[in-house]
Design a binder for this molecule. Structure first.
Ligand SMILES: Cc1ncc(COP(=O)(O)O)c(C=O)c1O
Length: 386
């Protein structure tokens, strides 16, 4: 069909099909075990599903309030108080969204204008930069350092200018599995003190943190919280990534701007799921036990591949494990990821795609949010590579 108009100038000229779509399609084509995209391959709780069903049958099938239903906002406020000792007002500081991605886009769109600089720590989750660019913002990159992937705060300081509008952080971090510490938070406090810099803290993996480490939410730090959008996702916590439900916490003035965009972007999030989550969140043990649940999976996966040619440092959080394949081949990570899928039947994500300049460190990301059976099969195949 002829296209009209012919002269569209793309607003995202560099964006193509994402690597997640490419690798999942390749995995399907070659019947490979798909450890590429980050989603669990086990079921969510039948009780949660029944609750959604119950509220659908009860007739909760029309628009929810723009900011989300009150019982859900209230229980989130309670949770923040008990976990992080911080108080967010359900009326004016908590907004329910259609997933973490929408919350991130909305937060950026609500404050970033043409020419504003946004500091992005990379390798970075792939929705950050397009959102900044669509709003006319300029991403300014600071690289995490291998093998621990700590933030070099001196490097951050060097790129702060009068035009810096936002610093984005992500802990636990996708794709590296690193986590921020109390010292990181103190450094961030110092850098932002006395400035108008807004923080966007992506904490969607807050409950997936290992080896006794503590999740350092910006919410724990009043001087950071007062300038932060903090983003969470129910998808990661309740094994329901396909439901696309999340929330954003921010002080009243930031939340007011957030909601102005939110109401014209989606207006509100899914109604029956909000009611179901408001009930289900009362079961604190579901999120309290999540770190242990995923640590067992991380350890299982690592045990299964010990003795292989891959090298690794165990992830400190998230459900991703990086594997270094430099002892196997010198191929580019994008090429090796494809070959691994086609020839060995295991799909992963090459880390270079999370860097704006495609830095290749011979690293692949594997998602271990899978059944033991799947992880065992994948490991068997990885062990065969020499
Ligand atoms: C770091 C990070 N932020 C945000 C998201 C998006 O969350 P959601 O699926 O709720 O949109 C993801 C999902 O993979 C993620 O890894």
């Amino acid at each position: 069909m002829p296209t009209f108009p012919q002269n569209i100038i793309s607003k995202l000229p560099k964006a193509g099909t994402t690597i997640f779509t490419i690798m999942s399609a390749l995995a399907n084509e070659h019947k490979a075990i798909n450890l590429s995209q980050g989603f669990p391959n086990f079921e969510t709780s039948p009780e949660l599903i029944s609750l959604v069903n119950l509220y659908m049958k009860k007739g909760m099938n029309q628009y929810a309030p723009m900011q989300g239903i009150l019982p859900l906002r209230e229980i989130i406020a309670e949770k923040m108080e008990s976990l992080y000792g911080t108080s967010y007002h359900p009326d004016s500081e908590i907004t329910i969204t259609s997933g973490g991605t929408q919350a991130i886009f909305t937060a950026i769109a609500s404050v970033i204008r043409e020419g504003d600089e946004v500091i992005v720590v990379e390798p970075a989750y792939d929705c950050y930069v397009p959102a900044i660019e669509l709003c006319g913002g300029i991403p300014v990159f600071v690289q995490l350092k291998a093998p621990d992937y700590n933030i070099d705060w001196e490097a951050v300081k060097k790129v702060v200018t009068g035009r810096t509008k936002m610093i984005m952080i992500n802990t636990p971090q996708n794709p590296t599995g690193s986590v921020l510490t109390e010292n990181d938070m103190k450094q961030l406090e110092k850098i932002t003190s006395g400035t108008g810099i807004i923080i966007l803290s992506d904490e969607v993996y807050e409950h997936i943190i290992f080896d006794g480490l503590k999740h350092e939410s910006v919410c724990r730090y009043p001087k950071l919280a007062e300038r932060s959008f903090v983003i969470f996702s129910f998808g990661k916590t309740y094994h329901t990534t396909g439901w696309k439900m999340g929330y954003c916490l921010a002080p009243t003035n930031l939340s007011a701007e957030f909601r102005k965009v939110h109401q014209f972007m989606v207006f509100c999030a899914n109604t029956p799921i909000q009611y179901a989550l408001a009930d289900y969140m009362k079961k604190k043990e579901m999120y309290e036990g999540l770190s242990e649940f995923y640590q067992a999976k991380r350890d299982f996966f690592i045990r299964q591949i010990s003795g292989s040619k891959f090298k690794w440092k165990p992830a400190s959080g998230s459900y991703f494990q990086l594997l270094d394949y430099s002892a196997i081949t010198n191929e580019k990570d994008t090429e090796f990821a494809k070959r691994l899928t086609k020839e060995f039947g295991v799909a992963s994500i090459p880390i270079s795609v999370f860097y704006h300049e495609g830095i290749d460190q011979k690293l692949l990301r594997f998602c271990f949010a899978k059944t033991e059976e799947t992880l065992e099969m994948a490991a068997e195949r990885l062990m065969k590579i020499s």
